[in-house]
Design a protein around this ligand. Structure first.
Ligand code: MGD
Ligand code: MGD
Ligand code: SF4
Ligand code: MO
Length: 756
């Protein structure tokens, strides 16, 4: 490889522009692309080590199949045959719901998987669909669905133009921004302050972002909804409500006033730890600053009142006139078209159309909550899960309450198929592992994260390296499995053709589309691209807001985007009301019934008296959920799975000089290194998720200290509105860890299964 390739990083939502070319000793090296139209030279340590992550010697280059208690390398045909031998039989005997799917985070940064996982799900027809969405973003998407009629109608903080940004429970300096895609969040926060604005952070921990903000305020875990209710209460009480451009477009204003009437700042102050005067002043500042916005992320979604908090963030932005206003909370306009704008008005919400068998959790957007998957595997009877297909997911570590229980449940299944690139805590239970091509061998476009970007832009990354001989793309793997699930078995080529035609028809049959009434058979051969995922991307570009609409204009298509070396910038967000609202009357529902029904739970949380330590999570810069701990240059100091504790709490428990502690709940016990710091508020302790590597085939990661915090969590602790997991705020006990050989016997750890 002689030339330098420019491409977007596929490791996280930010999608930074990178230049990859030969460096010292002829090895590929990554540099930031200073000319990338949006990231402008931003990069983080993970992106800088993208090549190492791809070249990890433990990364799978060929499928693995189970022989007894071992996983051994196999050919692609042998591997597909294992699925063929079992999958159709399980479906025939027990019905489609016997096959569960779990789709994890990296699939959304994989163009072929993002486009074709939905196709596999369509062919499988199972109601046992699960994903990382319900341990991550459901509350925010549910609030969007209930208020605006589509789960993709997410309000984005217009961080580049705001004068007052209030952040609840996020750490963009480390996470690089989430559900608000903007590479280089840190710099963007600094610019807010440089132009005279303010950034305020509410978080139980003075996290890495707190160093960049004007003010950090401690808030007790799980009480964001209460503070937001008090902000809304104050906006009404002090006559500060101004709907701005949303005037005349909302239903239920009076109902929101009544709903929040009891939640004065004084009523929530003690429970939340946030002063009443401060809350009242903040409401005034939000109302009086023209360009102001509130934003929240993982800190507010992994809690029991997450749907209320997500709703509250939206309502505050609406009542302060910030919605759809530059510098406020806007909706984005991706080059591939916003998904919310592709559906007809008034489509009934995808919510509660079925319930989970064991606990009766409500279906949300066609899925069931991740925390229900385990009990659906464990509980015998008709409808029990007998097979699991995963894509880019490590549920043993990532689902709260999964851990050793899921280890056992996976071993009891008749078939486990993992589309994954490592043998890790989950995939070691597989019958078959089918690896994706390496990242640099794939075409990339940040299709999902562009749906949440604070600017509209497009940059396409063609594959940089050739795929290994015989390696299928993710789309091919997914369609081959899908074809096995149909009765009679489908023809893969015909199914693939059908996907393209059906997707084109979605536009030609939509009166709002510029290609309405055109013949799909005429458009199909016009699509550019070297693969079906690329052809779909071309279709989305051409039908999107900047597209050529299959005409002669100068709009974009895949060829034009590919020709723009550093991307094309279409500018900041623009007002999109009322088009964006997809409810039947195109009015925003200010107090949807499913939120109003949560009133008793709000009371319960308000009246709760917390005694003991509450555990919250944190992300780490050199880490990526449960994976990338195998890149040796990313692990080490600064990337430890340790428990952060306030010295006051350590003093109370006499554990000042302990270097390790046992953290326990009724669900389990784990041992962690202890770090004392005043950055965390008293009464709260903090540890990252995704650690506790058990797989001996992860040469680097398996030797690292650490444990999985999700072994401590109860799967029953959920956001009552959506069923999203709510691990944050779990009560834990912390005691000094007594080592083997010390005079007092050590607390027994939860046993793990032997590694196959
Ligand atoms: N307690 C607690 N739990 C949490 C969270 C928390 O804050 N606290 N956060 C939650 C959140 S927000 C999320 S998104 C989830 C994440 O949890 P998951 O969605 O399970 O994702 P990861 O843990 O990142 O695991 C990613 C998997 O993808 C595989 N992989 C990596 N690259 C590729 C590829 O190119 N192709 C394929 N096929 N596979 C690949 C890796 O080997 C790994 O098995 O965790 C959740 N769990
Ligand atoms: N380097 C790195 N980047 C990542 C990831 C990673 O693992 N590593 N993961 C990616 C993924 S999957 C996601 S979803 C995003 C997440 O992106 P963010 O949400 O920005 O990241 P977190 O670090 O989870 O930030 C959550 C914050 O919420 C706080 N918090 C915990 N409980 C509460 C609470 O009850 N109330 C309030 N107000 N705050 C609370 C925590 O202290 C923490 O500072 O990051 C993505 N980016
Ligand atoms: S911030 Fe995300 S996209 Fe940017 S270099 Fe780091 S991992 Fe890659
Ligand atoms: Mo996530």
């Amino acid at each position: 490889m002689s030339s330098v390739h420019g491409r977007n990083c596929h490791l996280c939502e930010a999608g930074c522009g990178l230049l990859i070319g030969p460096g010292r000793q002829g090895r590929l090296e990554v540099k930031p692309d200073q000319l990338d139209v949006v990231s402008k030279g931003h990069i983080c340590p993970k992106g800088a080590l993208l090549v190492e992550a791809d070249a990890d010697p433990d990364r799978l280059r060929q499928p693995m199949v189970r022989k007894g208690d071992r996983l051994v390398p196999a050919s692609w045909e042998e591997a597909f045959q294992v699925v063929q031998d079992k999958l159709p039989k399980i479906i025939a005997e027990h019905g489609p719901d016997a096959v569960a799917t779990f789709v994890g985070n990296p699939h959304s940064h994989n163009l072929a998987a993002a486009m074709y996982v939905p196709q596999l799900l369509r062919l499988l027809k199972t109601k046992n669909r699960y994903s990382a969405g319900s341990i991550d973003a459901w509350p925010q998407q549910l609030a969007a669905l209930l208020m605006y009629g589509h789960p993709g109608d997410l309000q984005m903080p217009d961080i580049d133009r705001t004068d007052l940004l209030v952040v609840f429970g996020a750490n963009p300096a480390i996470s690089n921004g989430s559900l608000a895609t903007a590479p280089g969040w840190g710099k963007r926060l600094t610019s807010i302050r440089q132009r005279g604005g303010d950034v305020i952070l509410l978080d139980p921990r003075a996290n890495e972002t707190s160093r960049l903000v004007s003010e950090h305020v401690f808030i007790r875990p799980g009480t964001d909804s209460l503070v937001l209710l008090a902000l809304i209460n104050t906006l009404f009480a002090d006559d500060l409500v101004d709907l701005g451009v949303a005037a005349g477009m909302v239903n239920g204003l009076e109902r929101v006033r009544d709903f929040t009437a009891d939640f004065t700042p004084e009523a929530v102050s003690e429970r939340s730890g946030v002063s009443a005067t401060w809350i009242r002043e903040l409401a005034h500042r939000l109302a009086e600053t023209e360009r102001s916005v509130v934003y929240g992320r993982v800190g507010v979604v992994l809690q029991e009142l997450a749907t209320v908090a997500a709703w509250g963030l939206n309502v505050v932005n609406i009542l302060t006139g910030s919605i759809d206003r530059p510098g406020g909370a806007m909706f984005c306009r991706p080059a591939t078209g916003l998904n919310a704008l592709k559906v007809p008005l008034g489509r009934p919400p995808a919510l509660g159309r079925w319930r989970s068998r064991v606990s009766g959790y409500r279906e949300v957007f066609g899925e069931l909550p991740a925390v229900a998957m385990l009990e659906e595997m464990e509980t015998p009877g008709p409808g029990q899960i007998r097979a699991l297909i995963t894509h880019s997911a490590n549920p043993v570590l990532s689902i709260p309450g999964a851990g050793p229980r899921l280890d056992r449940a996976l071993d009891a299944l008749e078939l486990v198929v993992c589309l994954d690139v490592f043998v890790n805590e989950t995939t070691r239970h597989a019958d078959v592992i089918l690896p994706s091509p390496a990242g640099l061998e794939r075409a990339f476009y940040p299709y999902y994260s562009q749906q949440f970007a604070v600017r509209s832009y497009a940059r396409f990354s063609p594959p940089m390296l050739p795929m290994a001989e015989g390696q299928p793309g993710d789309d091919e793997i997914l369609m081959r499995i899908g074809a096995m699930a149909t009765d009679p078995p489908g023809d893969v080529l015909a199914l693939r053709q059908n996907v393209l035609l059906k997707t084109i028809r979605g536009f030609t049959e939509n009166p709002d589309s510029d290609v309405y009434g055109r013949d799909p058979e005429e458009l199909l051969p016009m699509l550019h691209g070297n693969s079906d995922p690329e052809r779909l991307l071309d279709l989305y570009f051409r039908t999107g807001p900047f597209g050529d609409h299959f005409g002669d204009g100068d709009g974009i298509n895949l060829e034009r985007v590919s020709a723009a070396e550093h991307g094309i910038d279409f500018g900041p967000m623009v007002p999109l009301l009322p088009d964006i609202v997809r409810t039947a009357d195109q009015h925003i529902e200010l107090l949807p019934e499913p939120v109003a029904e949560l009133a008793p739970h709000i009371r319960r949380i308000l009246d709760e008296r917390i005694e003991g330590l509450q555990l919250i999570g944190r992300r780490q810069q050199r880490s990526n959920n449960s994976w990338m701990h195998n890149v040796s240059r990313l692990v080490g100091t600064g990337n430890r799975c340790s428990l952060l504790m306030n010295p006051l709490d350590a003093g109370d428990r006499g554990i000042f000089d302990a270097d390790q502690v046992d953290v326990s709940t009724p669900e389990g016990v784990i041992t962690l290194d202890l770090e004392l710091t005043e950055d965390i508020m008293p009464g709260v302790v903090c540890a990252p998720h995704g650690w506790g590597h058990q797989s001996t085939t992860l040469g680097v990661a398996s030797k690292l200290e650490g444990a999985s915090v999700n072994d401590l969590m109860s799967p029953r602790r959920v956001d009552v509105g959506s069923g999203n997991a709510a691990p944050n705020g779990t009560l834990v006990e912390v005691t000094p860890h007594i080592r083997f050989g010390d005079s007092v016997p050590s607390t027994q750890s939860v046993p793990r299964l032997p590694i196959p």
